[in-house]
Design a protein around this ligand. Structure first.
Ligand code: GCO
Ligand code: MG
Length: 402
């Protein structure tokens, strides 16, 4: 069995997606997501110039060997561009293998560990009152877990404040939009948001929050401690995690559960965080961390310390990643939760999929493979549009972490 074609499809049904389609000499094909928000063309070039020529003629059944070839063979290891390219190949090959076996991907991984996948949705509001209404709306839609973000008085364009219902997308302009950040105002405001939320919805709904890498370790410790009375399911990305040791300090000061890792690419990015039990949830996901093959190594390693998964699932991860992640989530023994930001109807039409939402859970469906397709004719109607993520500056103009 041989790979006879591998093509990169770029489409923008409201936002950009990069998809790799691998075709075999037996007519079976598989697809993988390679989207890197704001840097899509770098992955397209990486795939087209350096990966596709390696794939043609290879045996698609040799997933592990292909993974090792692309990882070790590049000599230059890791990084978001390389690891997304590897992920796209890996997911497409798992899709092919599962289709050939006539099995949904979760069955190939070891079978169902659960009936449905617990997901959390995003409730965003311009102020506390709006966020409370949004959270209630999500409760009404059946969500059992909800991430809550709100605008901060005196901070224009704070992180996570939506534009439009349900389909928040931060990459909004060809050149980065400038936003302003104030840690002081944020730290004063956020406990008030959760205080009001617990008053309104009680303690039976799981609430989450994302600090989006904005704080120093000690500020993060203070935020974690100030949120303890509100029993968060998790507090995410409190500080940039290049320095894994920084989490030791945070951990000493708070019992609020910590989640990190949506920008991690390999097990090496979280090795210390996991083995020192510095976090409770690992956010690495299929497209970011080298596909199913590598993500399951991370999850297995995390399981030694009862650290659970919480895969990134923002709208910049295509339905192909969502489908593959749901099969992974259905199998992985130490599953925690799956992020679920809904895609727009235009995106869903380009990527017909077998998964569906019901009563706070997502179900991957039983179609052989990962259950997500791409309608190439429709995809071609939405050409690439350059869009970048915003940047953040402090009030005095200092460049900060968005
Ligand atoms: C999240 C995120 C995202 C990112 C986005 C960047 O927790 O969902 O932080 O929304 O900002 O994926 O492209
Ligand atoms: Mg996040």
């Amino acid at each position: 069995m041989r790979i006879v074609d591998a093509k990169v499809i770029i489409t923008c049904p409201g936002r950009n997606f990069v998809t790799l389609k691998i075709v075999t000499d037996q007519g079976v094909y598989g697809i993988g997501d390679a989207t890197l928000n704001g840097r899509e063309q770098a992955v397209v070039a990486y795939l087209q110039e350096h990966v596709v020529p390696l794939l043609i003629g290879r045996d698609p059944r040799r997933i592990e060997d292909t993974w090792q070839l692309l990882y070790r063979g590049a000599y230059w290891r890791r990084g978001p561009v390389t690891m997304r390219a590897i992920a796209a190949v890996d997911v497409a090959l798992w899709d092919i293998k599962a289709k050939m076996a006539g099995l949904p991907l979760y069955d190939l991984l070891g079978g169902k560990s659960r009936e449905g996948v617990l997901v959390y949705g995003h409730a965003n509001g311009g102020d506390i009152a709006e966020t409370l209404d949004e959270v209630e709306r999500y409760v009404g839609l059946g969500y059992k877990a909800i991430r809550a973000q709100s605008g901060i008085p005196g901070v224009e364009k704070a992180y996570g404040v939506g534009r439009g219902d349900m389909y928040y997308e931060p990459a909004d302009a060809a050149l980065p939009t400038e936003t302003i950040w104030s840690t002081t105002k944020y730290l004063n405001h956020t406990p008030k948001l959760f205080d009001a939320l617990r008053d309104r919805v009680g303690f039976d709904v799981d609430l989450l929050h994302d600090a989006h890498h904005r704080l120093t370790p000690m500020e993060a410790a203070r935020l974690g401690r100030s949120l303890e009375p509100y029993n968060l399911f998790w507090l995410e990305d409190v500080t940039p995690a290049e320095n894994q040791e920084a989490f030791r300090l945070i951990r000493q000061h708070t019992t609020t559960p910590l989640a990190v890792g949506e920008i991690f690419n390999t097990i090496w990015d979280c090795k210390d965080l996991l083995q020192e039990q510095l976090v409770d949830f690992i956010r690495a996901t299929i497209v970011g961390a080298g596909g199913v093959t590598h993500l399951r190594r991370i999850a297995d390693f995390a399981s030694v310390w009862q650290i659970r998964t919480g895969c990134h699932g923002a709208t910049d991860l295509s339905p192909v990643t969502m489908g593959a992640a749901l099969h992974f989530d259905t199998w992985v023994p130490n599953f925690g939760i799956q992020e679920y930001m809904r895609h727009s109807p235009e995106t869903d039409a380009v990527f017909p999929h077998a998964y569906h939402f019901e009563n706070g859970l997502l179900f991957p469906g039983d179609t052989p493979g990962h259950g997500v397709e791409i309608d190439e004719a429709l995809a071609a109607k939405y050409p690439y549009e350059p869009k970048q993520l915003p940047v953040a500056r402090l009030e005095d103009g200092t460049m900060w972490n968005w």
